[in-house]
Design a protein around this ligand. Structure first.
Ligand code: ADP
Length: 500
């Protein structure tokens, strides 16, 4: 039996929050689903029911969209100055920061990630993200255009897109909500946000802070529910001007098709199968540690996980033992346990999916260098051991498909000129990394890699100011940084006849 982890260590506000049946936020009010239906979210470390939330559907989405439309066209939001919008975002950041422990606990309970990580990474990044976009609210500017038509003064206005539907995944529940909300609100849009059905709790808690932060009713609506129902209702709704989605490539394709009916703007941040390339001249200790972090951070449930590890053959036998050692040292366990470095996968479906890939890799002839199944001593919860596959071939499913779990394929390479081509041999293009001391080689690889982010001698570095998004089937549109303003604004050109 695994040791019971002290749920008694939860702060009372968290215990209360999960004990009460949750409602969703529409037009500033907490409401049940119109159908009265609910669903439960499960604690992935214990497999026990955690909380009950409304199963929103078409009618609820429609109410939320109408509220968002009203708030956009005629509410106080419309009259708020850019400075006031910025202050509301900053205040929201302050309110979240003051509740860091509470939010971190909710993330751990709902998603499974270690509390130490939620506290040190997820929540501070959320706070930073809202502060960063608070600053942008007053800097969304148009331009004056020196047109060659006599007597004309021409300028552009950069206006909000309108009502924005935002559909987010479960891997970084609050952070993904922040990535979506920060830029959209800074630009003056109104929002219908749908958290993932696996992890709705932190977004609902955030919803409770919006009023105090200064966002008028209807500016942010939060509809909980499933993808095929609530999510699809957002993407087909004729009065939603734009849909922003983060999730799997498969669902991204569906969303694009669904959105085509009303030609709404779409931005997609999708899956990946990112190459992580270690050249022989790299600092091998850092590269091996970096390779472990690249795949194991968030239990491999990262769209940018470094899941294809290319190692120059001259140093393969030096890097691999270190990678295996790091893999075996990782403390896997319930996220609330302070010793835990890797928690469970988010759901039984995810465990099944990752286990399916482990079986497929073995069946297709890949060798398990470490891991490959459930960690010993953990008989409850959706746990998988950190796993390294070797002796893989490009045609194997574990090499070609996104696993979204703590599973890396190690691939030796001989020709440093050819490895970038091999790295690019994927339908995805979200991220890539190179490890080398040769700056020419590093920058050349960065130019040639077909990925939205390239890390050199590091991995998983993120900042609110640095754009993130995909090439190829990893999607389009860039979140974070100034780039995200493009997603949430449209340009209006104004011609003024000032006389000859
Ligand atoms: P994963 O496969 O990693 O679980 P998904 O891409 O299925 O992630 O889900 C990401 C988000 O997309 C979730 O909020 C989910 O509810 C939503 N979603 C899933 N299917 C659809 C759909 N057909 N239309 C709109 N949203 C969807």
């Amino acid at each position: 039996m695994q040791p019971a982890v002290a749920e008694s260590s939860l702060t009372p506000s968290v215990t209360e929050f999960i004990a009460a049946r949750r409602k969703m936020l529409i037009d500033g009010k907490w409401v049940e689903a119109a159908s009265g239906k609910t669903f439960t979210t499960v604690n992935p470390a214990t497999e026990e029911v955690l909380a009950e939330v409304p199963a929103g559907d078409k009618e609820d989405v429609d109410r939320a969209v109408r509220a968002a439309r009203r708030a956009f066209e005629s509410g106080p939001w419309r009259r708020m100055t850019a400075s006031e919008r910025g202050r509301a975002l900053w205040k929201l950041a302050d309110l979240i920061e003051a509740r860091t422990e509470e939010f971190a606990q909710l993330e751990t309970l709902d998603n499974g990630k270690p509390l130490t990580v939620a506290r040190a990474a997820d929540i501070p990044l959320v706070v930073d993200h809202f502060r960063y976009y608070a600053g942008w609210a007053t800097k969304v500017e148009g331009e004056t255009i020196p047109v060659s038509v006599p007597g004309m003064f021409t300028y552009t206005l950069r206006e909000p897109v309108g009502v924005v539907g935002q559909i987010i995944p479960w891997n970084f529940p609050l952070l993904m909500a922040a990535w979506k909300l920060g830029a959209a609100l800074a630009c003056g849009n109104t929002v219908v946000l749908k958290p993932a059905e696996q992890t709705p709790l932190s977004a609902l808690r955030l919803g409770e802070l919006l009023d105090e932060a200064g966002f008028p009713p209807g500016v942010v609506n939060i509809v909980t529910g499933f993808g095929e129902t609530a999510g699809a209702a957002i993407t087909v709704h004729p009065d939603v001007d734009k849909v922003a989605f983060t999730g799997s490539t498969e669902v991204g394709k569906t969303i694009m098709q669904q959105a085509a009916g009303t030609l709404k703007r779409v931005s997609l941040e999708l899956g990946g199968k990112s190459p992580n390339i270690v050249f022989a001249d790299a600092d091998l200790d850092s590269a091996a540690e970096g390779a472990a972090a690249a795949i194991y951070f968030n239990h491999g449930q990262c769209c940018c996980a470094g899941s294809r590890l290319f190692i120059e053959d001259k140093v393969y036998d030096r890097v691999m033992p270190k990678l295996i050692e790091y893999s075996e040292q990782i403390q896997v366990g319930p996220g609330l346990d302070p010793k835990t470095q890797m928690g469970p996968l988010v759901s039984s479906e995810q465990l099944e999916r990752v286990s399916g890939y482990l079986a497929s890799g073995k069946k297709e002839g890949a060798k398990v260098a470490t891991g490959g199944g459930r960690p010993k001593g953990l008989d409850r919860g959706y746990f998988v051991s950190p796993t390294v596959f070797t002796d893989v071939k490009p045609e194997m499913k574990v090499v070609g498909e996104e696993i979204f779990g703590p599973v890396v394929c190690a691939i030796p390479f001989r020709d440093p000129e050819d490895v970038v081509r091999a790295g690019n041999e994927t339908t995805y293009g979200l991220a890539a990394a190179v490890w080398t001391r040769d700056i020419q080689k590093a920058h050349r690889a960065a130019q040639l890699l077909k990925a939205g982010t390239v890390w050199i001698n590091c991995y998983n570095a993120f900042d609110a100011s640095a754009p993130f998004g995909g090439y190829k089937q990893s999607g389009f549109g860039r979140e974070m940084g100034k780039a995200a303003l493009e997603l949430y604004t449209q340009i209006k050109t104004v011609w003024v006849n000032v006389g000859a």
